[in-house]
Design a protein around this ligand. Structure first.
Ligand SMILES: Nc1ncnc2c1ncn2[C@@H]1O[C@H](COP(=O)(O)OP(=O)(O)O)[C@@H](O)[C@H]1O
Ligand SMILES: [Mg+2]
Length: 272
């Protein structure tokens, strides 16, 4: 039996817990068949922490994110974001949590600036009251001079930068990312990831970033959680784990083996 990994953030990290999942189960029932997409998942993310969840396709990563966003309700167990149940208390988290998805999901008929403004319009936020306005966010993500451009007039990397600005515009406490950088070419992706990492660090955001890329997790996370079969399989503080493994490449191999193990041990895992 695999040892239960530590579910709490390291002691001495940030004091308060921003995200907490406790024995969460999510079962999808469709056409008579039930899929346990999340199956007893427990973990927590401290305020200000950058946590990556890695795991093979189908291990329940996106479902976990949807539960945190309040788009779905857990079948069992508890999900808390800033102390709130994200499904039952959806309104309490409005503007305090945002998400970046794999596609940029920009509205094609709106300029980049108007896309960044969109969450503020929806939330009814007075832009003048913001310390950092939408135009400033565009500058911060490196899109100075492109405020009036339409999404179709700029590159995929620039569109993802605009999506980043949009996610940060309401100054949320928590930013979730689901494979947000996976579709970009390597060089573009590296730059955007580095900029995103610096921006969220400078602004003290709590980030939960879901990715299938082990390299990305090592480069970006304070802590890496390995998921398999809808539950937590292992947890590593990146710096300490890199030292313990004897370097980044050794940690990459260890995580690769764990992702594989976690996938194989999972019930109903033999699909991918
Ligand atoms: N809406 C849904 N209805 C039925 N099954 C689903 C639904 N969404 C996801 N699943 C299933 O749940 C499992 C976990 O999916 P998902 O959370 O998307 O995994 P990941 O993001 O890690 O690839 C998969 O077996 C998937 O097919
Ligand atoms: Mg997914």
């Amino acid at each position: 039996m695999h040892a239960a990994p530590a579910v709490l953030p390291p002691a001495g990290a940030a004091p308060s817990v921003a995200i907490a999942c406790d024995r969460v189960v999510k079962v999808y029932a469709r056409e008579g068949a039930a899929t346990r997409a999340v199956d007893g998942l427990s973990f927590a993310v401290a305020a200000g922490e950058y946590v990556c969840i890695i795991g093979r396709t189908g291990c329940g990563k996106s479902t976990t994110l949807n539960l945190l966003l309040g788009l779905q309700r857990p079948t069992a167990g508890s999900v808390r974001v800033l102390g709130h149940d994200p499904h039952a208390e959806f309104d309490a988290l409005r503007g305090r949590m945002s998400c970046i998805f794999q596609g940029d999901r920009l509205l094609p008929w709106r300029s980049l600036l108007d896309n960044v403004r969109l969450p503020l319009e929806i939330l009814g936020v007075d832009e003048a009251a913001l310390a950092v306005g939408p135009a400033d966010w565009l500058r911060r993500v490196g899109l100075d001079g492109y405020a009036d451009a339409l999404p179709a007039q700029v590159s995929g990397g620039m569109r993802q930068r605009a999506a980043m600005a949009r996610a940060l515009a309401s100054d949320p406490r928590i930013v979730l990312a689901d494979e947000a950088f996976g579709h970009l070419d390597e060089v573009t992706g590296q730059r955007i990831k580095a900029d995103f990492r610096a921006l969220v660090r400078d602004t003290g955001k709590t980030v939960l970033h879901i990715t299938h890329s082990i390299e990305e997790a090592i480069a970006m996370a304070d802590r890496i959680l390995v998921m398999g079969g809808g539950r937590l399989w292992a947890a590593h503080e990146t710096e300490a784990a890199t030292r313990a493994a004897g370097g980044t490449e050794a940690l990459r191999r260890l995580l690769y083996a764990q992702v594989q193990e976690a996938g194989e041990a999972a019930p109903g895992a033999a699909h991918g």
